[in-house]
Design a protein around this ligand. Structure first.
Ligand SMILES: O=P(O)(O)OC[C@H]1O[C@H](OP(=O)(O)OP(=O)(O)O)[C@H](O)[C@@H]1O
Ligand SMILES: O=c1cc[nH]c(=O)[nH]1
Ligand SMILES: [Mg+2]
Length: 216
């Protein structure tokens, strides 16, 4: 995908003003580790609202203090958030603020600096992942290979209903992920201009893992 091409239909850019404002604060190089982490958590909560907008409801009989009524509750749709370590944890935390009962899986991937290909080093998933709506989270969709490999691994583990959420995407990553997994809706707060020669998103926000955890 090039920056001027229309986005594939399964890609949603979350344009809510609060999300866009907080993302701008995160991008700024002077944001402290604490501010960056807090903003990631707040944006992720707002993204979870978008990601779960179409969950089915069913009418249930309840008793208010005054009378019996029919009222909507979630129709048993079980959620699982899968964090792509380590930076994905900064997103998972915010989503769990909104859906605290969700199960959480982890997949550890790092980008080999020479090949830029993801290397798996950890996997722990709920056993019933096949029965859950799985939201895969990672702040950055750069080349798209980490997300594509993670989703491939989750499908092999039995996941059938998946969504992917990130803060920033490069056009190249959107192209790779949507070509590899056309069945997976993608949610992002921005599709930035391009990848640079080190596969960093430009203008971007730098290294999300290092900024979340203060490791550089
Ligand atoms: O789309 P890609 O080109 O695959 O790149 C994106 C990946 O790179 C970053 O992780 P990194 O490898 O830096 O690991 P970390 O989260 O442990 O810092 C980021 O959090 C994504 O997982
Ligand atoms: O821009 C980028 C690309 C990959 N990973 C990051 O943390 N930032
Ligand atoms: Mg990193």
């Amino acid at each position: 995908m090039t920056p001027t091409q229309a986005l594939p239909p399964q890609v949603t850019v979350v344009r809510h003003p609060l999300v866009q404002h907080k993302l701008t604060l995160m991008r700024q190089k002077d944001a402290s580790t604490g501010e960056f982490r807090r903003l990631a958590r707040e944006i992720s909560l707002l993204m979870a609202y978008e990601l779960t907008r179409d969950l089915p409801l069913e009418q249930t009989t309840i008793e208010t203090p005054l009378e019996t009524m029919q009222a909507p509750l979630l129709a048993g749709k079980k959620l699982c958030i899968v964090s792509i370590l380590r930076a994905g944890d900064g997103i998972a935390e915010g989503m769990l603020d909104l859906v605290p009962s969700a199960r959480v899986g982890h997949i550890g991937l790092y980008r080999d600096p020479a090949t830029l290909k993801p290397v798996e080093y950890y996997l722990k998933l709920p056993e019933d992942i096949g029965e859950r709506l799985v939201i895969v989270v990672d702040p950055m969709l750069a080349t798209g290979h980490s997300a594509a490999v993670a989703i491939e691994r989750l499908k092999r583990a039995g996941a059938t209903q998946l969504r992917f959420a990130c803060l920033l995407a490069a056009p190249e990553g959107v192209g790779v992920l949507t070509a590899a997994h056309p069945d997976v809706p993608v949610f992002t707060c921005s599709v930035d201009r391009e990848l640079d020669s080190h596969a960093y998103i430009r203008p971007g926000l730098g290294d999300a893992g290092d900024r979340l955890y203060g490791t550089k």
